[in-house]
Design a protein around this ligand. Structure first.
Ligand code: NAP
Length: 317
């Protein structure tokens, strides 16, 4: 018979690592399942995190490393595995992975989200050949070259500022004439001489031979098309939940036993207590349906989820 954990934490971003710290401090028998060789999730690709209280200017990698060391300080059992499915009927919850199944009395799902796709011609064909979803990972390949960033949120603006440090020119192509990003980021963006906004424009096509050569944009106001000669295209148009392993429904009335309630975008529905539609199953961090996805809200979820899980575990005894 396999080992039975009090709590399985599925995902090791800031929410999952915080949950691990809180759960171990509560002396629960915990397993932390992580996809990559080190925890951190999306922040490991963030050049600088300037809004985590007390630690301004830290890189995402540094913050992730500190969190991971904190997890280890409490002797958390960790396993590196890809989660393939959940079995959530009954009192024992099962998390299936490519390496085998793990059983727990309670589960916290913290698998986060991933960059969304534009779904335009050339995007898939030229992925890795100039099309990128991670400026901090790939930006160095475009030193002294011209690139375009697509999107108007925090990530797009941060990416444009980061790329402008090494690139000759950076276009930021946004479908409206107003950015969604935080005002401090906008101020920093507009202070960069080599960043040119392309307003009210959507990408029609990314074109090139072996590598990206140009991006064709359509002005949404007057329908005109423009070709911008670029060597790289960085896509930052929001995220999609990492929930392919979750069986769920968007309509509560249609839920079958063991299925989770999801919102219209596929995020797991749960309130601030992180409790999902199934008792003993909690969702925390970017995977949870919520208005603001930040490192601070993820770590807050991790703590709340463990608090709720502890109450659930007490109710079992
Ligand atoms: P986001 O805030 O959802 O912004 C996505 C941007 O892409 C929006 O400007 C959106 O346009 C645009 N967009 C979406 N679909 C598009 C399409 N098909 N074609 C063209 N443009 C499209 O996503 P994000 O910037 O990736 O950020 C994700 C989350 O992480 C947010 O909650 C953000 O606050 C958070 N975050 C925070 C920080 C920080 O605090 N420093 C840093 C990074 C990320 P519209 O504006 O017109 O909708």
């Amino acid at each position: 018979m396999s080992e039975l954990y009090d709590l399985i934490i599925a995902g090791a971003g800031p929410a999952g690592m915080t949950a691990a710290i809180y759960a171990r401090r509560a002396e629960l028998k915990v397993l932390l399942i992580e996809k990559n060789y080190m925890g951190g999730g999306q922040i490991i690709n963030t050049y600088e995190i300037d809004n985590y209280p007390g630690l301004p200017g830290l890189s995402g990698m540094e913050l992730a490393t500190k969190m991971s060391e904190h997890v280890d300080k409490y002797g958390t059992e960790r396993v590196q595995a890809d989660i393939t499915g959940l079995e959530l009927t009954g009192d024992i919850k099962k998390v299936n992975t490519e390496q085998g199944s793990y059983e727990g009395k309670a589960v916290i799902l913290t698998t986060g989200n991933s960059p969304g796709r534009l779904n335009v011609k050339g995007e898939e064909e030229l992925a890795g050949m100039g099309v990128s979803y991670c400026a901090t990972c790939d930006g160095a390949f475009f030193k002294n070259r011209t690139v375009a960033v697509i999107g108007g949120g925090d990530v797009a603006v941060e990416d444009a500022i980061f790329l402008a440090r090494g690139c000759k020119k950076v276009y930021i192509i946004h479908r409206r004439d107003e950015l969604r990003a935080a005002k401090t980021l906008q101020t920093a963006l507009f202070a960069c001489d080599n960043i040119e906004p392309v307003w009210n424009s959507v990408v029609k096509e990314i074109a090139g031979g072996d590598m990206v050569e140009k991006v064709i944009v359509t002005n949404v106001k007057d329908g005109t098309e423009t070709e911008l000669l670029v060597n790289g295209v960085f896509i930052a148009v929001g995220n999609v939940p990492n929930s392919s392993y979750i069986i769920g429904k968007k309509n509560r009335d249609e839920l079958k036993e063991g299925e989770l309630l999801l919102d219209e975008k596929g995020y797991v529905v749960a309130g601030e207590d992180c409790a999902t539609s199934i008792p003993g199953v909690f969702a925390a961090g970017d995977l949870r349906s919520k208005p603001l996805r930040q490192v601070v809200t993820a770590v807050s979820d991790g703590a709340n989820a463990v608090y709720s899980a502890e109450k659930y575990l007490v109710s079992l005894s």
